[in-house]
Design a protein around this ligand. Structure first.
Ligand code: HEC
Length: 135
């Protein structure tokens, strides 16, 4: 089927495009199951329920960190630059919060090219999430 070929070509384009590209970052975000926990409401990216089922090997760390709500990432670039995000996603650094210093719950599993593109894309998110949504 044609669909199949398109999916493969899409995967390879992740490496072919320059890092930080709008499409590339978004695709990596969606492919990396970040939406198990995060939304980017400013871009209309919500939580993916079917992704929530799949837990992988993060149970142990979830226990240590499960009091912290995963934030919406619409404005994450106002708080953190791409370098910080890269280090945070690979658990090289922890984040200060009211729960203390915590490393990210999920270790990024992709390549360093993908990590770079994803982090640069996230650092460009500087919007407020749309208002008027019930919590
Ligand atoms: C298992 C749930 C979970 C998954 C999956 C997850 N995160 Fe997170 N993430 C969290 C939680 C919880 C926090 C808040 C941690 C804190 O404040 O200490 C967080 C924080 C962050 C932050 C910092 C936000 C801020 O404003 O400080 C970024 C950036 C981030 N995540 C990106 C990602 C990306 C990109 C992915 C996909 C590769 C991802 N996360 C996958 C749970 C998750």
């Amino acid at each position: 089927m044609k669909m199949h070929l398109i999916a493969i070509a899409g995967g390879m384009a992740v490496f072919a495009l320059p890092s930080g590209g709008e499409e590339t970052g978004r695709r990596i975000f969606e492919a990396s199951k970040c939406q198990q926990c995060h939304t980017i409401k400013a871009l209309g990216l919500g939580k993916k329920e079917e992704a929530v089922q799949e837990k992988e090997g993060d149970e142990a760390e979830e226990e240590e960190n499960d009091k912290v709500e995963p934030p919406d990432l619409s404005g994450v670039g106002r708080d953190h630059d791409a370098t910080w995000i890269q280090k945070f996603l690979t658990k090289k650094i922890a984040k200060e919060s009211k729960m203390g210093k915590k490393k990210h719950r999920k270790l990024f599993a992709g390549s360093s090219e993908e990590l770079e593109a994803l982090s640069e894309w996230l650092a460009q998110r500087r919007e407020d999430p749309p208002v008027g949504k019930a919590p």
